[in-house]
Design a protein around this ligand. Structure first.
Ligand code: BG6
Length: 465
């Protein structure tokens, strides 16, 4: 008997991405994506100058990794296909080395009882397309449709859960507003266009998938940051929180699940005279091609108050022109990542999906805690004693359990991440995995205490306290 019992068939596992784990080897045929390019250009921007070419060597060690996934209780696992690996050149031809790798990887997972969930885009725009504007250019949308159809043809007989994007708001924020992704611009007009084209691409690919006779499902993965006003009784704070919610959550959630755009956001973008360029029929296409399944990444809440600080006119227009961030006194923090830990946020998201989004089937597709210098918790047997991670997961799972009891259609819980991986500009600064990677020892793997604990949770389909 366990106190927190989850529904039969619950998905226990973790998430990762191609660009953060695979690495590159000679002769693999992969072309550069924006991260390879940015690292070559400005390596000093990356923590300890560690770039995307090495990462966790999953390209070579996926067989060992699948065994470790089994030992840490995975029945499902998400990764992404790297577009720049599968279709490296503008001729659209498929790289046979990539096909062999993904075929073997997915087969290995399936043979070991782990269902692969496959995402098509995880921040990794091929450089050849970025040179022509990336998501700013409508031709990228068409190239993406071709790429996705290729993936369905090659792997769709075995992969039954597809995702069009991971956190599509992040390339918008990082690349075109806050400068933590390439091309590192500050340009609201571009941000709006990039967001729109990502959504259009998603809807087109959903339509294509549904036209095939493949018997799987297709969804999207969104990072949802519930927006809480400083004072719920202050109309100005509540309005500010609503606007932040429209910018960062509903911008993708509403069109992906309901096929519509939030009116608050449309009003702002119209006032700014920055509506995206679109063609006749685009809005209908988005309206008619919504997701089958929603992946929810949850790390932190967003706390907001009415705008009090002066507007930064040099950067304007920016989302922050409409609200200020608020630091709640006494908040619990993850000091390494600088993110607030607020476990109830996961419940609030799930309750919102149940009440306001037709209770669409969903799952927690990422949740996690990055810790810097984690090797200091290694014991004499070489095992990382990450009790704080076990507590973190339990504290969130209790709320997921409560939401399910109340009727939320939540089908699983995936941790970020399986094995420590390369985190963009933060490289290997913060470790998130169930499995430790020793970078000084040819990326040797060791399951952490949390990975062993997670196996018991998966075996029991729940936990006791
Ligand atoms: C999510 C992404 O935002 O969070 C991952 O899907 C990312 O790609 C993870 O690595 C953790 O964030 P970070 O910035 O610490 O790597």
């Amino acid at each position: 008997m366990v106190k927190y019992k989850f529904p039969d068939g619950f998905w226990w596992g973790s998430a990762a991405s191609g660009p953060q784990t695979e690495g590159r080897v000679k002769g693999d045929g992969k072309a550069d994506n924006i991260w390879d390019h940015w690292y070559k250009k400005e390596p000093e921007k990356f923590f300890n100058q560690v770039g995307p070419q090495n990462t966790s060597k999953v390209y070579q060690s996926y067989k060992e990794d699948v065994q470790l996934m089994k030992k840490s209780g995975h029945n499902t696992f998400r990764t992404s296909i790297q577009w720049s690996r599968l279709i490296p050149n503008s001729d659209g031809k498929v790289n046979s080395e990539a096909v062999k790798f993904y075929d073997d990887y997915f087969n290995e997972l399936l043979e070991n009882g782990i269902e692969p969930f496959v995402n098509l885009f995880h921040f990794d725009m091929p450089m050849r397309l970025q040179e022509m504007g990336g998501w700013l250019n409508r031709e990228t949308v068409e190239a993406y449709v071709h790429y996705a159809e290729t993936c369905f043809e090659l792997f769709g007989d075995r992969v039954k859960k597809w995702f069009t994007h991971n956190e599509p708001i992040v390339p918008v924020e990082g690349g075109y507003l806050y400068q933590f992704h390439y091309p590192s611009e500050v340009n609201m007009k571009h941000a709006v266009q990039v967001g729109f084209n990502e959504l259009l691409a998603s809807a087109k690919v959903i339509q294509k998938y549904h036209e095939t006779n493949l018997d799987g499902e297709i969804g999207i993965i969104l990072n949802l940051t519930p927006s809480y006003p400083r004072d719920e009784n202050s109309p100005a704070d509540v309005k500010a929180a609503k606007i932040a919610d429209a910018f960062f959550n509903r911008s993708f959630l509403d069109p992906s699940v309901k096929g519509t755009f939030p009116k608050e956001l449309v009003e702002i973008v119209t006032e700014l005279n920055m509506l995206p360029e679109m063609e006749e029929g685009d809005l209908t296409l988005i309206e008619e091609n919504t997701v089958d399944l929603l992946g929810i990444n949850y790390y932190q809440p967003r706390r907001v108050k009415a705008k009090e600080s002066a507007k930064n006119n040099e950067m304007a227009p920016m989302p922050d022109d409409y609200f200020d961030d608020y630091e709640k006194p006494g908040r619990k923090m993850n000091p390494y990542r600088g993110w607030e830990i607020y476990e109830k946020g996961i419940y609030d998201i799930l309750a919102n999906i149940r009440k306001n989004y037709g209770n669409i089937q969903c799952f927690i597709s990422e949740n996690g805690m990055g810790v810097e210098g984690e090797e200091r918790f290694t014991d004499e047997n070489g095992k990382v004693q990450d009790d704080y991670r076990i507590d973190f997961i339990k504290d969130h799972l209790r709320y997921v359990h409560q939401a399910i009891q109340e009727g939320t259609n939540c089908l699983g819980y995936h941790m970020w991440t399986c094995m420590d991986n390369w985190s963009w500009l933060n490289a290997y600064k913060n470790r998130y995995g169930f499995i430790a990677i020793d970078l000084d020892n040819n990326a040797a793997r060791t399951i952490k205490k949390s990975g062993e604990w997670f196996k018991t949770v998966s075996d029991n389909n729940g936990f006791e306290d």
